[in-house]
Design a protein around this ligand. Structure first.
Ligand code: 4LI
Ligand code: NI
Length: 186
């Protein structure tokens, strides 16, 4: 199980590398990695376990953040009502954003990242809606449309696979600038 000590922090070159495509069938190592990436999110989103293991809660975790430069990330966006199924939950392997909306969107409160210890205030402008293609751990291909929070999270995690961190997108001059056609999410 990953703990905070296993999370690579900003400054480590692995976070600025282009991750390697994952080959199928998955090796045992890659299957274990996929499991551990999702397990981290599950544990971190449980208040008791999160506290017990001293984790930072997250809804996404990319392989480079645990030192593995592979195109793989876990995403688990819970529903508003915790008794409901998560809005989106999967390990996205070799993900590609095949199309995105002209309309932009951003998390109203800015973004956080498990690999960035300090708060970096500002809007992170992203596509409000995306069409995502990826392969799951069983080798099944997926072609899905996402909007709002899950779309933001997937863009944040896919950025990690290309060596991009959320604050790279923040306007230095005016971190809270926004054009009128941008929507706010979450
Ligand atoms: C600087 N302001 C802020 O951080 C920020 C501030 C306020 C609100 C938001 C919404 C902010 N933004 C933000 N909040 C999150 N969490 C909210 C709490 N949540 C969570 C916490 C506890 C239990 C279960 C859960 Cl689910 C975990 C996830 N996550 C991300 N990101 C950016 S995309 C990847 C994703 C990620 O997992 N980061 C570690 N951003
Ligand atoms: Ni991150």
């Amino acid at each position: 199980m990953f703990l905070m000590k296993d999370i690579v922090r900003d400054g480590d070159p692995v976070l600025r590398q282009q991750a390697q495509k994952v080959t199928f069938p998955l090796s045992d190592e890659d299957r274990q990695l996929a499991h551990d990436l999702m397990e981290y999110l599950e544990v971190s989103q449980d208040p008791e376990l999160c506290e017990k293991y001293g984790l930072r809660a997250g809804v996404g975790l990319a392989a480079p953040q645990v030192g593995a430069s592979k195109m793989m990330a876990s995403v688990m966006v819970p529903a508003e009502d915790e008794n409901e199924e998560p809005v989106f939950k999967d390990v996205i392997i070799n993900p590609v954003i095949v199309s995105n909306s002209v309309q932009r969107g951003a998390l109203t409160e800015g973004e956080g990242c498990l690999s960035v210890d300090q708060d970096v205030p500002g809007y992170v402008p992203r596509s409000a809606r995306i069409t995502l293609e990826y392969t799951d751990v069983d080798g099944n291909s997926h072609h899905i449309r996402l909007k709002n929070y899950p779309a933001i999270v997937c863009q944040h995690e896919i950025d990690h696979l290309h060596g991009v961190l959320f604050y790279d997108h923040i306007d230095k001059e005016n971190p809270f600038s926004k054009s009128d056609d941008e929507i706010f999410i979450y």
